[in-house]
Design a protein. Sequence first.
Length: 69
Amino acid sequence: MTKRLIPLAAMEHILKNAGAERVSDKAKAALKEVIEEIASEIAESAVKLSVHAGRKTVKSSDIKLASKS
């Protein structure tokens, strides 16, 4: 069983805000998996940027820069 970092209800909310009338459980799970993978990649890059800058603290600028690469 995978850890629940982001609730499935949040995935449904995102999809409904995008215009979906109904959302299947499999669609919620698929979106969750993709978003968590992307978030993990951004987080890893942001940590590397902060370490490279000689900081222990990850700043919002690290996240923004990491999301662009």
